[in-house]
Design a protein around this ligand. Sequence first.
Ligand SMILES: O=C(O)c1ccc(O)c(O)c1
Ligand SMILES: [Mg+2]
Length: 630
Amino acid sequence: MKTGIATVSISGDLREKLSAIANAGFDGIEIFENDFLAFESSPADVGKMVRDHGLEIQLFQPFRDFEGMPEPARSRVFDRAERKFDLMEQLGADLVLICSNVSPMALGGIDRAAADFAELGERAAKRGLRVGYEALAWGRHINDHRDAWEIVRRANHPNVGLILDSFHTLSRGIAVDSIRSIPADKIFFVQLADAPLIDMDLLYWSRHFRNMPGQGDLDVTGFTRAVLATGYSDVFSLEIFNDQFRGGSPASIALDGKRSLSNLMDAVQRVDGPVAALTARLPPPAEVEGVAFVEFAVGEAESDDLVAILSALGFRHAARHRAKDIDVWQQGEIRILLNRDREGFAHSSYIVHGAGVCDIGLRLDNSTEALERAKALGAKVFEQAPGPGELAIPAIRGLGGSILHFIDGSAPLSGVWELEFEAVDAQSPVEEAGLTRLDHIAQTMDASEMLTWQLFYNSLFATRKTPTLDVVDPAGLVRSLAIENSDGSFRFTLNGAENQRTLAGHFIAEGFGSAAQHIALQSNDIFATLAVLKTRGFVPLAISPNYYDDLAARFGLDDGFLEQLSASGVLYDRDEGGEFYQVYSQTYAEGFFFEIVERRGGYSGYGAANAPFRIAAQKRQLRLPSMPRH
Ligand SMILES: O=C(O)c1ccc(O)c(O)c1
Ligand SMILES: [Mg+2]
């Protein structure tokens, strides 16, 4: 199997696209004609430039409105094809994609189209070229790969074949099993794209919302399995029309593309077993069992502030690093590290971003395999020479340049807390507040980064995403989704800010980048927890009384219960599974905060319905303007 990507999938001019594609490790490209037309070099020079990047031109595309035309348009279309064949010879491309005719002039008829393709195949063969036929989902007469295949079959010419594109098949809900009986040698090329499920016009959906396999909701894995079942072993190419990608960073979009293809081929083999056409198998997606620690990079002043917050939340100072200026604050299974060291990664993170979460430790089944998979999927390994008595714990770069450490239950990693840290004897025992474990970590990023991080987590780990929700901030939208494992022991929410005036956008701007913005901690009895916290000076975020009036109306809550909620600043939600209680801390620094939650029954969400009221309250507290400043 070879990998490819259409130039249209990447931003920049042709040269920028090629270097990003080559650096990401693709074998070749589909040249999108407009990318060539907009470029200033001759066809021969463009061909050379592609090959100088170590890439091949796997496909030239698209050629439109070809089949089924009445005369005299038919003759003109053949003349136009000959001109493009000239161009292909100069470029050094031997396969052209012909997409199904959308012209109102097209006459339709399987045999008429087949005759046109037979003739075109003859003309292409004279030049050693091949033509591939693709059914656009919105083609005038042909909009289904099964009909396109019937035309190719009847054209019965060795230089005429079928091109399959997952979007066109899956967007129309066409059963992919119909692909399995197509002979592999008649499939000339395969294009892959995913897309979020949105009910809209097919053409608009395709041209603006496609994304990489695994980033959307289509069963691209099922499609790919069907293609491979034919014995097809040639190019799998990403053809992604996406507005965000057109404006994104060429290098990171290309890397996401490569990651998505590797992950897809791995997913196929997890269902079907080893497939000869595919490259080496990866270790399985890592099973995350929970969060082992969250580490903050802090200076002296912020450290004192955080210590005050953690104490108010019922954490106790449990241990100190044997060699470095790092303290462990603990409650239940939750470990929070405060790193004030003047050397190493935490310190550089502090210099660049200010105080904040710089490192998250994940507990998972096998950290060696997790690292191997992450590497194979293009994650950046993080290495820092361990100091005396320190363990080398596998780690990679995560969101905003932060670190993700992988800790498993095997020696010596499982003993890291005893090996590297010394327990601190509490002078006066602290009454714990009943916070048992970490519920979720909310990471804030620019909205344009969300697909990247969603793919990052879901390809490295055995996790899945929830549908994306729009959360309303008075100054704009924040897109939100969760990455979760099956038992809920691992939950990250990704929040994408569309502008800097939202609370999330402000946080990114002030911290110079994406980072964890809040940490939610679980209690088994939120009111008991709050009673303890009150004695420790914890002041919850004040929520508008109007919120509670509406809550009463929405859920039919009785007055006593409502009074209990509002008196303690607790927000409430309910789903089919159960109930959700949440309370927020004051915000800290430029908008970091803690949340305390209780899940009763099987509540599976994150209280998204409450987020706008929480955000408005936080903005009042931070005195951020709710409206754009002019
Ligand atoms: O949107 C289009 O016109 C278009 C063109 C070529 C393709 O391969 C395709 O899938 C869509
Ligand atoms: Mg296509």
